[in-house]
Design a protein around this ligand. Sequence first.
Ligand code: FES
Length: 607
Amino acid sequence: MHKSYQYDHVNDRLAQLLSSFADDIAIVMGKQVTDKKARRSAAVYGKRDRDGFIHRSWMKSQGLPDDSFDGRPIIGLCNTWSELTPCNAHLRILAEHVKRGVWQAGGVPVEFPVSSLGETQMRPTAMLFRNLLAMDVEEALRGYAMDGVVLLGGCDKTTPGQLMGAASVDLPAIVVSSGPMLSGKFRGETIGSGTDVWRLSEAARAGEISEETFFSAEAAMSRSAGVCNTMGTASTIGSLSEALGVALPGNASIPAVDARRRTMAHEAGRRIVALVEEDKPLSTFLSRAAFENAILVHAAVGGSTNAVVHLLALAGRCGVDLQLEDFDRFSRDVPLLANLLPSGEYLMEDFDYAGGMPAIMNRIADRLRGTAPTVGGQMIGEVAASGECFNDAVIRPLDTPVQSSSGTWVLRGNLCPGGAIIKPNAATPELLTHEGPAVVFESIEDFKARVDDPDLEITEDSVMVLKQCGPKGYPGMPEVGNMPLPKKLLQAGVRDMVRLSDARMSGTAYGTVVLHISPESHLGGPLAVVQNGDRIKLDGPARSLTLLVDDAELEKRKAELSAPMAPPNSERGYVHLHVNHVEQADKGCDLDFLVGKSGATVTRESH
Ligand code: FES
């Protein structure tokens, strides 16, 4: 409850004095003073001095009337729209609907761009720039006088980067995701983003389909704006945004071009104004309980392995103690319920019609931390209680899951003292326990040069090992961990092998692929000393990955390792900063100096 006073009774001098304490007392040009916690925008747009003149005057050049600055919430629309990020190409349309909601609720929307990371377009890998986007978002949110923000993102790295930056400023915030593109349809078959690229590509290399057929699937796969229509990284992060409580129900699954997504965006505009009024910053929602809910949901939907690094990095920004092992511990007994590619059969459009995230959460409601709040105003348990499933084939009941155990397995052993992960529901069950001889590729270039060499000594029992693809070494930790199999083995009918690396893999990919080996080979981690023929033992159920070489020999090899070459293009610029400061995968690959938060305060004026 707060009181308001007419400040006509206060002389101008006193008003100026009060305006300098705007963090405690809001002075608004509509001639009100309130003892409610001041809006940060009032400290800029409410100033009765030269600086206030400058801030308001230039904003008025856009046609904003006087009362836009009378103390109503200024809401930023942080937009990763870009034609080079096709998944986010419609976000300016969604932004217009967010603005309607903001105006309707009494706020003032201001849209601004930040860098956009097109997963399929940006080289050498969009992940190299996730932290750059996070810095961009953080400084924009702090530097501009907004009271709350709607984060418009979607394509894989955009939402994590936005959330990380926003968490370090800690204003009220809501995620509005792009939503999935329409289901792919090709020659009478449903095809899914990414997953069917890998499948059709292998079929073409194996000679099962023609090259012409392969390429004619391009347009059929990507039929509209929106993110990958499989449970890839973008849909995983969209889903986890709901589970974390920072997005409205439906955020993950409503198709990008569906009118209901525009309605959800409109509602997000109304809700962000309410969150500002209620003084609920992002940290209200991003608690340890919220991260535990996200891990549980991640397992139930069969989410992308990339979510592991993004959640670890986000937790680091929030000061939440989240460890790699938490992903295994909390997901260990969670069944895979979402029957979606790449782990199942259906696509995100089907998931939406089946009930989406509320229906999934309904099925695991007893495991969720039900009192965790959400930006929609409900507790997560209430969202789960409202969920209803309309298609048990897509969202399976607990007693007939897609798989009885899902989630992320965290491996340890002398090959990965800092940990490694594998997605068991994307793997061939028989290969999750396997021992075989290593076939080593020293770099991605070495891999590409030799993988299809008919003389390559490799069998289906071999373990494919790829080095120099970690956060520093590549740099940026690309999605190459799901190495394509050698052509001669594909032609012999082999469709999966054990593969391991310090790389990531696409959320749309599948296979018995050990990822994120830490420390990475570039830093001289044990992966660096694996040699052709070394035997490697993967024991997934025991969570171990072992290089069967005795310790003395390993030490000898380590001592003989030459100093690593500087990663490509790392002499200057952002890549230089990244290489010198990026953390390992088990810590989330944030830059070390970005962990934590600096808050929203700006202490100096620009003039
Ligand atoms: Fe953008 Fe998959 S490439 S979401």
